[in-house]
Write a protein that binds this ligand. Structure first.
Ligand code: NAG
Ligand code: NAG
Length: 369
């Protein structure tokens, strides 16, 4: 009974999303989308860096379901979360990677948005250096954005720039790599202290973007990171039984949400005109894992990555790795990243989801403010 009600709500959600998608074809809901964060939303910035292989996705079989089966640098079989949220806002896909733009192409593009995200990066400047080689940490992403704001002010004046930025969506999906690395380096620090630093860093970047003119923030919180193929494999290798999530990293993921939520509430109280939409991604993903088949979706594989060899397909996706047949039935594409199908549900939920999954408002409501 309860699950039937739930699936009806999800159908309604899905229809809402579809209706929005049709409406969006006619009009963009906001002038521009600016994207910050990690591999969940990178659309190719790392192609321009000296990053190591796991922090790049510009080789097969990445992009196998992208137009022309092109590996673009997206850590997905197709479109990622930034693409699909941008589509719901009326854009064809994510704005392009900042590093792909030239002095000439950046000028028309910046009025529609730019994607600064970099796979392997995190809130801390140190995050990514261990395994990813070169990445663009959040601090540098914000610095790049400040250069774009200066250029816009020079070309369009301060008032028009402020007006455009205040109506645009600032989409942030970061922090997972900070948590992964906290555990890689032992994870035996003080969890409370780590989380305080984590939320303080998050706050400082939101504040910095606000100072540069951002007002509408869509923020993705941490998913149950212990349930990714890489962490399931890790649990198995440490003597756990097959089928479980890695507990300690899930505990930290879960604890990060109320702290982030409180930080954003405080910031919105303090900063005039700031509005935000925060996903509860832990609850969102847990809901899918608990309800793999509804009228709105059908996942047949929740644990293993589609592209990759070894336990849970966690040993890396590349041209030689095995590929699953039913990509849309897999929650995970590779060791750490969702499939296009899973990101689609996340995007729909960010955009039109109810208060269980996104609060205090969803992105559609944020866009309409
Ligand atoms: C949101 O939707 C989910 C899934 O259908 C449901 O379980 C939950 O009760 C809903 N929450 C609210 C606040 O309506
Ligand atoms: C790229 O990184 C590798 C190892 O991290 C280093 O040996 C190499 O010199 C770097 N190449 C460039 C062009 O910076």
């Amino acid at each position: 009974m309860a699950s039937q009600t739930a699936s009806h709500v999800m159908v309604a959600l899905c229809l809402l999303g579809l209706a929005a998608r049709h409406a969006a074809e006619a009009t963009q809901l906001v002038p521009a989308v600016f994207v910050f964060g990690d591999s969940t939303v990178d659309v190719g910035n790392n192609n321009y860096l000296n990053s190591t292989k796991p922090a790049r996705a510009n080789y097969p079989k990445y992009g196998v379901d992208f137009s022309g089966s092109t590996p673009t640098g997206r850590f997905s079989n197709g479109y990622n979360l930034a693409d699909q949220l941008a589509q719901l806002l009326g854009f064809p896909k994510s704005p392009p990677a900042y590093l792909s733009l030239t002095a000439k192409t950046i000028v028309p593009q910046m009025y529609q948005g730019i994607n600064f995200a970099s796979g392997g990066s995190g809130l801390s400047d140190k995050t990514g250096l261990l395994g990813a080689g070169e990445v663009i940490p959040m601090s540098l992403q914000v610095q790049y954005f400040s250069q774009v704001v200066e250029l816009m002010q020079t070309l369009s004046g301060s008032r028009r720039t402020a007006s455009l930025l205040s109506e645009s969506i600032f989409f942030i999906s970061t922090g997972s790599n900070d948590i992964f690395e906290y555990f890689l380096s032992g994870g035996n620090g003080d969890d409370g202290e780590f989380l305080l630093g984590f939320t303080a860093a998050f706050r400082s970047y939101v504040r910095a973007l606000y100072r540069l003119g951002a007002r509408k923030f869509s923020i993705v919180s941490i998913t149950p990171l212990g349930c990714t193929p890489s962490q399931r494999a890790r649990r198995l290798s440490q003597g756990g039984t097959r089928g479980g999530c890695f507990g300690p990293i899930n505990t930290l993921s879960l604890r990060s949400y109320p702290m982030l939520a409180a930080s954003l509430r405080d910031l919105a109280d303090e900063l005039p005109g700031m509005a935000y939409s925060l996903s509860d991604s832990f609850t969102m993903v847990s809901f899918i894992i608990a309800n793999p088949r509804t009228n709105a979706w059908s996942f047949t594989e929740l644990e293993s990555g589609c592209c990759g060899s070894g336990p849970f397909g966690a040993l890396g996706c590349d041209e030689t790795a095995p590929l699953c047949d039913n990509r849309d039935g897999h929650l995970f594409w590779d060791a750490n990243h969702p499939t296009q199908a899973a990101s689609a549900i996340a995007a729909q939920t960010l955009f039109a989801g109810n208060r269980t999954f996104v609060s205090p408002i969803n992105v559609r409501e944020l866009a309409q403010l």
